[in-house]
Write a protein that binds this ligand. Sequence first.
Ligand SMILES: O=c1ccn([C@@H]2O[C@H](COP(=O)(O)O)[C@@H](O)[C@H]2O)c(=O)[nH]1
Length: 238
Amino acid sequence: MTHENRPVIALDFPEFADVKDFLEQFDPSEKLYIKLGMELFYTAGPQVVYYVKSLGHRVFLDLKLHDIPNTVESSMRVLARLGVDMVNVHAAGGVEMMIAARRGLEAGTPTGRRKPKLIAVTQLTSTSEEIMHNDQKIMTSLEESVINYAQKTAEAGLDGVVCSAHEVEKIKTATHEDFICLTPGIRPAGTASGDQKRVMTPAQAHQIGADYIVVGRPITQAQNPIEAYHNIKAEWNQ
Ligand SMILES: O=c1ccn([C@@H]2O[C@H](COP(=O)(O)O)[C@@H](O)[C@H]2O)c(=O)[nH]1
C-alpha cells in the first residue's frame, strides 16, 4: 500500500496566472502534489506542467483519455515526454484501450526517466447509482461497476484507479494491496459537497486505506488556502 502523505491539490483554474498566484502563497521549500486538469491544460498546455515541475512539485495530469486505442496510444506517447508523475484514462474505454495507453506511455518515456504512473477512472465521484442506472444503463450496483472497472484496469496492467474512498477496501480485495486507489470527492466535515456524490472526510479516507486523496475546492476556494491545505494534510495523516 502507498500512502502519499500530501493531499493532491486539484488546481481547477481558468488561467495560468491563477496557478502562479496560488503557488506563490506557499513557502518555496514546501513541495506539493498538484493535479492539473483539462481546464488548465486546454488553456495553458504543456507550459503550465513545466512551470509546476520547475518549482519541484509533483504533477498528476488528469486528462482522463477515452478514445480508440490507436489515438490513446499515440497521445500517451506524447504526454510521456512532459515529465509528469501520473496520468490517467477512463476504464470505460476498455482493456484494449488501456493496454494501448500503457504501451504508448512506455514507448514515449525518455530513457533514464521514471515512467509516470498510469491509472484509470472507474465511476466518477460525481456519479450516484441512480445517475449510473438512468444515464449509463449499467444496471448493477455502483459498487459492482466500480469493482468491475478496477479488475479490468488491473488486467490491463495499469497501476491503479480513481475511485471514491467508499470503494477502496473492496477494490484492494478484488485486485491487490499495492493497487493504487486515488480518491477525489474528499470533503472535510462541514464543507460543501457541490457536485460530488460519493464523499468522505480526509480522516475517513485514511482509515479506509486510500493511497492518495485529491482535494480541490475545499482548498482553492477557502478563505485561507494555505491553512485549509495544512489542516487537511494533518487530518489525512492522523
Ligand atoms: O471521479 C473523479 C475523477 C476526477 N475528479 C477530479 O478531482 C477534482 C476534485 O475537485 P473538488 O473541487 O475537490 O471536488 C476535480 O479536479 C475533478 O475533475 C473527481 O472529482 N472525481
